[in-house]
Ligand binder design. Sequence first.
Ligand code: EPZ
Length: 422
Amino acid sequence: MDKIVVEGGVPLRGSVDVSGAKNAALPIIAATLLAEGDHAVRNVPDLADVRTLGRLLGHMGCQVERGAIDRRALGIRVPAAVSPEAPYELVKTMRASVVVLGPLVARWGRARVSLPGGCAIGARPIDQHLKGLAALGAELRLEHGYVHASVPRGRLRGAVFTFDGQTVTGTENVMMAAALAEGESVLRNCAREPEVRDLADALQAMGARIEGAGTDEIWVEGVERLRPIEHTVIPDRIEAGTFLVAGALPGGDVTVRGVVAAHQEGLIEKLRAIGATVSETGGGLRVVGDGRPRPVDVRTAPYPGFPTDMQAQMMVLLCLAEGSSKITETVFENRFMHVQELQRLGADIAVDGKVALVKGVPALSGAPVMASDLRASAALVLAGLAAQGTTEVLRVYHLDRGYERIEEKLAPLGARIRRVKA
Ligand code: EPZ
C-alpha cells in the first residue's frame, strides 16, 4: 500500500492542468447502458473509481477500453443484451455504482443492484433514487442487500416527481430513466450541480429530450430509443478547487488551467474573503496567497452553495488564519473525520455536531496522518504542504479514487512530495 510523503514549508508556484470530472464521468459512463452500440466518452480521468465502473460494465457484458491514441478517451461497446446486475463485490468499493440502476431499469425493465452500504462521511441512503424510479412505474424490493427492480408494464411511464431533498446521483438516476420512459416527466427539487448538467448534455447528444438541467426543475420527454454517446466530460471543479486552495496557502501563486470559473463561485468568494487574490487568466484561474489567511465562516450547501467536497481542503487554510472561523457541514452528517488528523499536525479545532470551530495557529508541524475518505486525504496532503517538516499521508487509496496521481501534478509547482510503498 502506498503512502504520500510531503516535506512542507515551500510555497507553490506555477501552473497545473485540471483533469476531467470524476462526478460527471461516472454517470455519463453509466448512461451508455441506455443505448446499444459504440460510445466515445472523452476527457475521462484515469481514476480507481472509473476503473471500477468499467469493470462493472464489463461484468454486464460491455467492452470498455481506453483509447490507444487518446488515453483520456473511453470506448464503450454496449451489446444488444446485457446482464442487468451490479454485484456487491463491485458496488461496495464504489457507492456511485448505484447510477447504473436508472439506465438498467429504463432500458431492460429489470435490474438487480447491490445496495451501496455504509460510508465514512454519512449514512447516504438511496431512498430518493428508489422513490423517483417508483414514480416512473418501477417496482422495487430490497432483499439480501440488493435492490430488485422490475417494470410490470414493460416500459416506464413519465411522471411528476419531487425529491424530498436535493440529491446529485438521485437526480441523475431518475433523469436517465425518464429519458426512455413513455411520455413526459417533470422532476422537481433537483440537484443543480454542473455534473448533472453535463450528464443531461450527454443524454441530449444521444437523442434525449431534456430541458432545465442545472436548475431545480427538469423536464424530460421520453423517447423510444437513444443512440450511442459522443461526449467530452467537463473539467473537475473539485480537483481544480483543491489546487486553488493549494495556491492560496501563504506565499502561493498558482494558475489552474482548464477550470470553469463559473463552477467555482462559492469557493472563489471564500478565497477572496480570506485575502487571497483570484483572477481569470488565459483559460484558467490564478490564485495568489498573501500572508496568513483572514478567518471566515463557511457553510456547505448543494450547488451553487459552497461545495461539501471542498470543506476539508478549506479547513486547512483556516487552520492557519489569524483568528477563528466556523465551518458548518450541512450536506453530510459525519464529514469531519479529517479534524483529528489535522489536530495531529497542531491545528486547533473543536467539533460540536455539524459545526467545527477552527482557531487559527501560526504554523502546522509535520507528522504521520491517516486518510479516512477521498476529500479528507486531499486536505491532509495540503496540510502537509503547509506544515514544517515531514508529513506522511497513509491509506492514499482514498486519494487515488478521485485525484489522478496528485503528486505528479503538485511536484512541478515546487512541492516536495513523493509516493512511496508503505
Ligand atoms: C454526490 O454524491 C457526489 N458523488 C459526492 O462526491 C458529493 O459529496 C455529493 O454528491 C454532494 O455534493 C458523485 O457525484 C459520484 P447526494 P451523492 O445524494 O449523489 C442525502 C466526492 O468526494 N440523500 O447529493 O451520493 C445524503 O445522505 C463525493 O467526489 C438521502 O437522504 O450525494 C446526503 O446527506 C463524495 N437520500 C444528501 O442527501 C437519497 O436517496 C446529499 O447526497 C439520496 C441522498
